[in-house]
Design a protein around this ligand. Structure first.
Ligand SMILES: *[C@@H]1O[C@H](CO)[C@@H](O)[C@H](O)[C@H]1NC(C)=O
Ligand SMILES: *[C@@H]1O[C@H](CO)[C@@H](O)[C@H](O)[C@H]1NC(C)=O
Ligand SMILES: *[C@@H]1O[C@H](CO)[C@@H](O)[C@H](O)[C@H]1NC(C)=O
Ligand SMILES: [Fe+2]
Length: 248
């Protein structure tokens, strides 16, 4: 009997705690060792990118989310929004007061994008050609772009031609349901433009993502990126996307 009472009280405490606080982001650990992507991305680069840059986006997002939650000017709608998972908050940026909107777009976007990016990498193959997509994803790429080589060429060109800090994305377009290649600037991402886009693949084109290894040779980073994509992971995103959207 006492056990049951304790369980019930604990349950209420957890519930109250949940209801009474904003989302708090935590820095995910890498699903591989810091040196696992060598020589494509060095251990030094990975430590800087993950432990410093990604950590900073995490910290700053938490500060903004907490501020929004504790701001006496914040209404209930806003408090409800900041309790949502970050991938939901990022689709509702237009409802945030302007003093928070830009910094959460930047830091929350940075959090979401890096979480995804680091999860889709793996130990490099020795050549670019050895690393190929699999399963339903491969079929979708062939159907939408003609062949995997053609897709690779288009994704790489989009990356070579992009200027400044930003990302290149492959996603299932919410409306046309076709695979689309597109860019975003800064830490924007496709779900900020339409919450129903299904993101599949991305490359971080910020200087911090390659400079310690490639310096000014950004094209070399883009070429080597094809060796470290975990296609099983990306294929899984494609399959989960189809389950999420039964109309695809
Ligand atoms: C982030 O916050 C943690 C804990 O609050 C702190 O130890 C760390 O130095 C901060 N890092 C950055 C990059 O802001
Ligand atoms: C490409 O992304 C930009 C934002 O970076 C967006 O405004 C535009 O609508 C997108 N284009 C397509 C075809 O989805
Ligand atoms: C690639 O991703 C899959 C699916 O998430 C995971 O099970 C696997 O361990 C990853 N492979 C490598 C080599 O990291
Ligand atoms: Fe980055």
């Amino acid at each position: 009997m006492l056990n049951i009472i304790i369980i019930i009280i604990t349950f209420f405490l957890i519930t109250i705690d949940y209801v009474d606080s904003q989302t708090e982001l935590t820095l995910p650990t890498l699903p591989y060792a810091y040196n696992a992507l060598e020589p494509v991305l060095s251990e030094y680069l990975m430590r800087l990118h993950h432990d410093k840059h990604f950590q900073m986006y995490t910290n700053k997002s938490n500060i903004i989310l907490k501020k929004m939650f504790t701001d006496t000017q914040s209404d209930n709608k806003l408090k409800e929004i900041v309790k949502q998972p970050i991938e939901i908050i990022l689709t509702q940026l237009e409802y945030l007061p302007h003093q928070y909107q830009l910094s959460l777009r930047y830091n929350g976007g940075g959090y979401f994008n890096h979480k995804l990016f680091f999860s889709m990498l793996k130990t490099p193959t020795s050549t670019v050609d050895e690393n190929k997509p699999i399963g339903p994803l491969l079929e979708a790429i062939e159907k939408n772009f003609g062949s995997f080589d053609k897709f690779k060429q288009l994704f790489s060109s989009a990356s070579y031609e992009f200027f400044g800090s930003g990302w290149i994305w492959l996603y299932i377009d919410a409306q046309t349901k076709r695979l689309i290649l597109n860019f975003t600037v800064n830490q924007d991402n496709p779900i900020m433009y339409d919450k129903n886009h299904i993101i599949l693949l991305c490359i971080d084109l910020w200087e911090h993502a390659y400079y310690p290894v490639y310096e000014n040779r950004r094209n070399e980073y883009i070429e080597n990126f094809w060796r470290i994509i975990n296609w099983s992971f990306v294929n899984q995103l494609y399959i989960e996307g189809q389950i999420k959207r039964s109309d695809l």
